[in-house]
Design a protein around this ligand. Sequence first.
Ligand SMILES: [Zn+2]
Ligand SMILES: [Zn+2]
Length: 264
Amino acid sequence: MAIARGDGDPPTLILDAGTGLRRVTGLLGGPPFAGTILLTHLHWDHVHGLPFFSAGDRADARATLLLPEQDGGAQAEELLARGMSPPHFPIGPSGLRGQWSFGTIAPGTFKAEGFTVEAREVPHKGGRTFGYRVSDGHSVIAYIPDHCPTELGPGPEGWGEYHPAVLGLADGADLLIHDAFWLPEEVAAQAVLAPPPRSAPTPALLGHATACYAVGLGRRAHARRVLLAHHKPDRTDEALDRLAARFRADPSIAVAAEGQVIDC
Ligand SMILES: [Zn+2]
Ligand SMILES: [Zn+2]
């Protein structure tokens, strides 16, 4: 997801670096990228766009890439290189052209490209994961694309706990972008096929949330709009249309589509 300060401004803050990162080169319209990339975590679907980001991989580019510090205290570039280096890929992070710098961040508040960013740890699966709250002083975006709230318990409706970290990130946000990987009926079917042990009242859901949880969080946190994102990979356009139809009565809820532009 690429954030620009205003209409016509180039995007300077990018949240995660999946394959959609390639599209940012087109948004820039020719000039190199100059800005910051914040990763929520290091899973493939959040980093695989990096070596294909041509506006960032050129001699006149400038990029600061920040990611959550992981257990063991490894450096950011080393962590990235575990998935991006020979023999898995022809180059490592240091092979990207331009001025690239890599760093780890801890939960807390910091400034990036003129935006105020708050990072909080959220339960996911396999590696430390952050959600972000980004403000330009006028509007606020909460970005929580990978989140497994059932890790903390079933919560009031069985979709997971509405815990302080995400309630804080989403509090009064103009736009909440949240994990909507599962449909409620898929979770129910999963629970029947593989009943969880008594100590775990809800299935782990592969580290993800249901669309119902995303909507519930938006309501509890008084977010102005909710964008359902990070859909299960086999969702077709028709399936996403059906998902959108479920929430048609509530205009504050939308389903993320590729290439979508949102004004806040
Ligand atoms: Zn993930
Ligand atoms: Zn993901």
